[in-house]
Each structure stands twice: as C-alpha cells, then as structure tokens.
Design a protein around this ligand. Structure first.
Ligand code: SF4
Length: 362
C-alpha cells in the first residue's frame, strides 16, 4: 500500500479508525466536490456548468465566508503538515496578528465529526500554530451548505501537544509493515472493502448462529481455491441481502417499540419516496419557480424495462416484429446520441431446487 496516497489530511479521520483504510476518492461525489470547491475558489457563483442547485450551495458557502470575513481572505492555501509531511489544502485562510481562521467546505450530506474531534481541521490548526509562532489560536469552521450547518471550534497553542500525539500515533499505526485492520463504519468508504478479509470475516462471523448456512473457509474472493468455498460463498452472497434486510427491519421495529436500544444507532423517520406521475406538468411547476428544464432533465431517468414493454405493446398493435422494431429504434437513439448502450455481463443464478433456506439455531 502506498502510504503517500493514504496518509493525507482528509484521510486522517478514517486512518484513525482503521490504519489499513485506503481510498483514492474517485467517486462521482468526490469529483462533484472538487468541482464545487473550484467554483468557491474562483468565487464564481454563476458558472454555466453548474446546475441551479449547485449554484445555490456555492452561493450559501460564499455568503457565509464573506459574512464572517469581509475581506483579506485567501483560498486554496497549500501548506505542508508537519509530522505526516503531506500537503494540506485550506479552502479559506485568513491570518491576523494573534489569531487565524481556517474554513473547509464539505458539499456532501454525510455528517462530519465535530470540529474538536476533526483530525483534518486540527492538523491545519497545528500547521499554522507551528509555522506562525505569534499566533495564539486558530478558529476552525466546517461549512456544509447542503446540510445547512456550520461547525466551529478553536484550537489553542496549548492543544498542540495532544494534536502532535494524535498525528504521530496515526502515522505510526499506518506505516507499520502490516497495519492492523479495524472493521467498522469506516469500511463503507474504503476502496479495499471488496477483498478485505477483516471486513468480510466480521460480517460472516455475525452469521454463525444460523444453521445450515454455507460459510466458506476462505473469505477473500480473490484467494478462494476450492470449488466448495466458491459454491458456499455464492450461496452466501445470494442470501446476505435478504438477511441484511430482515435484520434492519426487525431491529427498527424493536427500537421503535421501545424493546431495544442499540448503542450506535438511533431511529430516524423514513418513507417511500413520492413519485412524479406527470413529468410535463411537474416540469411546468418547476419552471414557475425558476428551475430550468436543463436542470430538471439532469435528474430525470427513463426505465428501460418500462420503455421496452411500451414499445413491445406498440409493435404488437401495429403488427410489426417486436424485436426488430425495438432494436432499430434503440440503435437509432444511440446513433443520435440520445442513448448510451449498456454493457452485457454474465451472472450466476441458483439452479432450481438448490436454494438454501437458512434456519435460526435454537
Ligand atoms: S475494509 Fe474496513 S477493515 Fe478493511 S481496510 Fe478498509 S476500513 Fe479497514
């Protein structure tokens, strides 16, 4: 593993939880975040490449910065963070005689750790206090427009020892020859999850109380060597989603009824999403609120299954060959650039009569 890729200021919080954590932030959300950061850096509220929703979020972020720091702030300041020796980028930075201000934009919807526990923000404060000896404290602000939230905190010179200790500990644990694995909520964001033995063993151990459940000896998908293991793992992969749904449903019921309290979870109200049933009318209503058709279309999608069914119906009514009619129409749409062809793939289906029905141990 390349520690240069892993040991970054934004990865610190995840490395503190699992020293083997690895992520290159290549998701769509990460690219969108980079794009919106760039808009904030350029103070560009009206860039045409942004949707209206994005303009709104960038506007909220910049409004906050400008209201707090009327002038004299800089953006995207790169500084080497001592101890981990990696560059950190401060989205907003302002320095006075005795105090400095650092702000970081987060455009995601995942709740962030409070500023006093946020390793990334603390590492920035440490860097400034280390570099500018005249500074007494650093004000930290996490600006999260999509969550309508600002988190604030102050790091003083007297906090430096604790931050130094934390950073050294994370670095040491991360740079070990074989860093430890510590599966938990952090696995969700980790690129190693698909073949992480620790993560999979933890999940599979949870299932040991279920009788007749096929448990492979080797859990890493790339290392399984026996047919028995692969067959058992395939059964398990088909069963796990059902089991997960059952667990989540039953636990929620028990918590809601006051029969159970789970230390790491709280009950939240959800519901099935409302459904738009008249797209044209909905588009008109949005337009009345100033939301453009272009923005609206970015969130629209067509169900290919329903489209095929509708076209098959049409072909039958007009007595034309269904397959040829659909193929020609989709090829035409693809040629015109209205359709992106899907990629064929192969998958395994359970042979009739071979499906395993898990039984709970008495
Ligand atoms: S999947 Fe989880 S346990 Fe495995 S390396 Fe990633 S964070 Fe650690």
């Amino acid at each position: 593993m390349d520690d240069k890729v892993r040991l970054t200021s934004s990865n610190l919080k995840n490395l503190a939880k699992c020293p083997s954590y690895y992520s290159e932030f290549s998701s769509d959300a990460a690219s969108e975040g980079q794009f919106l950061h760039k808009m904030c850096e350029d103070r560009d509220r009206d860039n045409e490449e942004m949707t209206q929703e994005q303009k709104l979020q960038v506007g909220k972020a910049l409004d906050y910065v400008e209201s707090f720091l009327p002038d004299g702030w800089q953006t995207e300041i790169k500084m080497k963070i001592p101890i981990i020796n990696r560059n950190g980028i401060m989205d907003v930075f302002s320095k006075g005689a005795k105090h400095a201000v650092v702000m970081d934009y987060k455009f995601g919807i995942t709740p962030e750790e409070d500023v006093p526990n946020n390793y990334q923000m603390r590492s920035y404060a440490y860097t400034l206090l280390y570099k500018y000896k005249e500074l007494k404290s650093v004000d930290l602000h996490l600006v999260m427009p999509r969550q309508e939230m600002i988190l604030q905190g102050v790091v003083k010179r007297s906090d430096m020892k604790q931050i130094e200790y934390d950073l050294k500990l994370i670095k040491r644990r991360c740079e070990q020859k074989e860093p430890e694995y510590n599966p938990g909520d952090v696995c969700k964001w980790c690129d190693r999850k698909p073949d992480c033995e620790a993560c999979m063993s933890k999940a599979i151990n949870c299932l040991k109380y279920i009788d007749n459940l096929p448990i492979p000896v080797e859990t890493n998908p790339t290392k399984m060597v026996t047919v028995e293991d692969r067959n058992a793992a395939q059964h398990l992969a088909m069963l796990l989603p059902d089991w997960c749904t059952m667990i989540k449903k039953k636990n929620a019921e028990l918590v809601l009824d006051g029969e159970l309290e789970l230390p790491d979870f709280k009950i939240t109200k959800g519901g099935t999403a409302p459904k738009v049933i008249d797209i044209l009318l909905f588009k008109e209503i949005l337009e009345q609120e100033g939301i453009s058709t272009k923005d609206f279309l970015t969130i629209c999608s067509i169900s290919m299954e329903k489209l095929r069914a509708m076209l098959a119906n049409y072909a039958a009514q007009n007595e034309v060959n269904t397959d040829i009619f659909i193929d020609e129409l989709l090829t035409h749409a693809e040629y015109e650039g209205a359709l992106l062809a899907g990629h064929p793939y192969h998958y395994l289906r359970t042979i009739r009569g071979k499906k395993i029905k898990p039984q709970i141990k008495e």
